[in-house]
Design a binder for this molecule. Sequence first.
Ligand SMILES: C[S@@+](CC[C@H](N)C(=O)[O-])C[C@H]1O[C@@H](n2cnc3c(N)ncnc32)[C@H](O)[C@@H]1O
Length: 269
Amino acid sequence: MRGINMNTKLNENYGDKIFCQEMVDEMYRLELVSKTYDFISQRQISSLITQPNTRCLDIGSGSGSMAEWLSKQPNVKEVTALDRFVHLLESKLSVSEKLKIVQHDLNDDDYSGEFDLINIRFVLMHLRDRHNLLKKISKWLKPGGWLIVSDIIDISPEAVDDPLYRKVMSTMWQVLINSIGTDKNWSNQLNSEFQSLGFRNITNEVYLPPISKDSPMAEFWSLTWQAMHDRLLEMSDLDDQTLTDAENRLIRGNMVALSPGMMTCIGQK
Ligand SMILES: C[S@@+](CC[C@H](N)C(=O)[O-])C[C@H]1O[C@@H](n2cnc3c(N)ncnc32)[C@H](O)[C@@H]1O
């Protein structure tokens, strides 16, 4: 792309050009997220689905792993897996009476529903209108229903004594901010957002996964940098060799660090 640099602000959205589903490895990249975080999300949600006939919504379903898991829980009556892009989901999930797929862009207003539990993980941080979207989603919850919002918490890179990793990671965040409006610090305000929406029984949890040999997160960040490779070169002072070295290093697995992690905020309407 001509004429863009570190100071350019683009008006793109997640999936337009960055992380579009046509990328060869996109489903695999999303599965690495599931591999890393599903066990925590599942533990968190298990304690909330204690009533029979629970209706669930999983927004920005990605690989569909959480929606599929939810659909297998005995107290769950119905699960809706909602995403702006559904063709990968449709090729992966077996739709049934209990599990349906809805194609919807959360920024649009032509969808609503009534649910007992809504899960939205690593989505709102990437959407510019996140504050209003959170408000909109909370209206889709029945009284007494549970909202589980998880987003990135980035408290690791500064502590990593590895200049190459730190440089590429911080450049990646800046390019995401400038391209699609990502806010990697948004999770810090989830608590107060939940409070001002009147949620009760609010709890928080943070998990920082490892980046080490054979860890899914090492491969995830390497694939993420590869997916953004051209954009990172266009919009920063990184050069091709430095970026390629950083990508390969993560794949070879000779780095030990804590990845940026997941902050979860849970509240009851
Ligand atoms: C980083 S992935 C997270 C996937 C999954 N929630 C997880 O945690 O494994 C973000 C997901 O949100 C979806 N998404 C992005 N923008 C969206 C929008 N405006 N409306 C609905 N879904 C969106 C993407 O297609 C993608 O599946």
